[in-house]
Ligand binder design. Structure first.
Ligand code: FE2
Length: 426
């Protein structure tokens, strides 16, 4: 079974990445940062960590206000550094752990956390700033990462208590994963800082020390604080330390702190902390019961003929093709799709199989491949076809036969007004 080896706390200020990329390890002003992170790097290597579960917040780089969510779990097979304005860092993409991330996704939703999931997103300094300091430079680290993005920048945001509870479920999720993996939970962000407004430049190292003490010995006390308390004590942006409660919640009561440093060079009090997990592995019977709980909602559905639940597996496998068809909502894309489909297929690097499925209007083939139905109806609308034509095709019937099975033999589609009128007259 997978095992939580310990927890890491690390600030994620962009100054950390700047110091690394500009080789400041021997500069006295930056040296304490490197010394703190070196301890963490040594621990990760010595403990032979396979997976780093990284809790961070994006800084309005890849997660914008068009759709802002509380807990967004990465379910991809790799993650690259994002361009935050001046070009992406010269740092390689890091492997994601697909299977474990899906298992955690199912577990957290089963525990009634309404998660969101992301893939095909580059990630900013919130993740890569500390990550690049705590793993050995490529290619020597063979492990993988699972990112959890916490939406802490647009209120309302989750409470410290909610974060702690999520950590408790995260522990059960990881401990019920059947493969023998050594996992560390990494909380990033903080400590005290504020980067906006007249209060910009605020720090409170006394509170930071108290926070670290409480985190280690009495985390429940931290769950009683409101967001306003965190903001007042540690600065507006420093309130992101509520994410550390997720890490602490995922650890047991019996931990040993083996490392702790803080250093305030400029705007953010930069911390590095290691909590070694000392608890015995989870009880086998409890793990088995939790596995049943995770699978409860969809268990047995694979026996239901002609039904294809759209899971994270299907979403990842068919992402390229779903993305291609989703873009039919863009007028220029659909114009090209109609005028020069082969050019568009090549531009989006569709596979031979994917191209053939589209050319043949193989609706059931597309579903079996992993395309969600709602992309089919978009494609049909662009082609001037109706939804019932797709339904009939998927059932292996002609249109007239299918329409006889309906109370009213209607034809319709999701096409816009002009195409809808055209369809209505046929
Ligand atoms: Fe941050």
């Amino acid at each position: 079974m997978a095992q939580i080896i310990g927890g890491i706390g690390a600030s994620h200020s962009p100054t950390i990445a700047f110091a690394k990329d500009t080789h400041k390890a021997n500069d006295p002003a930056w040296q304490p940062i490197f010394e703190g992170f070196q301890e963490v790097k040594t621990w990760v290597a010595a403990q032979q960590i396979d997976v780093l579960f990284m809790i961070f917040n994006d800084h309005i780089t890849s997660f914008f206000f068009d759709h802002y969510s509380a807990f967004a779990l990465g379910v991809d097979d790799q993650y690259s550094p994002a361009d935050e304005g001046g070009g992406a860092r010269d740092y390689p993409a890091i492997k994601g752990h697909l299977e474990l991330s899906r298992h955690i996704a199912n577990a957290l939703v089963a525990d009634e956390f309404d998660m969101s999931f992301f893939q095909n997103k580059p990630l900013d300094h919130g993740l890569f700033s500390p990550l690049s300091m705590i793993i050995a430079d490529e290619p020597s680290w063979q492990g993988s990462v699972i990112p959890l993005q916490v939406g802490v920048l647009q209120a309302p945001i989750p409470s410290a208590k909610r974060c702690y509870k999520l950590g408790k479920s995260l522990r059960k999720a990881i401990e019920s994963y059947p493969e023998n993996l050594r996992v560390a939970i990494v909380a990033t962000g903080g400590l005290s800082h504020q980067v906006h407004g007249e209060r910009c430049g605020f720090n409170n190292t006394t509170w930071d020390d108290e926070f670290l003490e409480l985190l280690e010995h009495a985390p429940e006390q931290l769950t009683q604080l409101r967001l306003a308390d965190y903001i007042e004590r540690g600065g507006m942006e420093g309130a992101e330390v509520i994410m550390w409660l997720i890490m602490r919640g995922a650890l047991s009561d019996t931990i040993q702190r083996t490392h702790r440093t803080t250093y305030l060079p400029s705007m953010t009090n930069i911390a590095t902390v290691i909590f070694q997990e000392l608890a015995a592995p989870a009880d086998t019977a409890e793990v088995a019961a939790y596995q049943m709980h995770i699978n409860h909602e969809l268990a047995g559905l694979d026996q239901l003929q002609g039904t294809y639940p759209f899971t994270l597996e299907r979403s990842h496998t068919a992402y390229r093709l779903n993305n291609f068809l989703h873009r039919l909502t863009i007028p220029a894309h659909r114009a090209c799709f109609l005028a020069k489909p082969e050019t568009l297929f090549a531009e989006f690097e569709l596979s031979v199989e994917e191209r053939e499925l589209i050319r043949e209007r193989n609706w059931i083939g597309l579903i079996r491949y992993g395309v969600i139905f709602f992309m089919l109806e978009k494609m049909a609308a662009v082609l001037g076809l109706s939804n019932p034509q797709i339904y009939a095709s998927m059932r292996g019937e002609d249109l007239a036969t299918f329409l006889k099975t309906r109370n009213v033999p209607l034809q319709y589609s999701v096409a816009g007004k002009a195409q809808a009128q055209q369809l209505d007259q046929t």
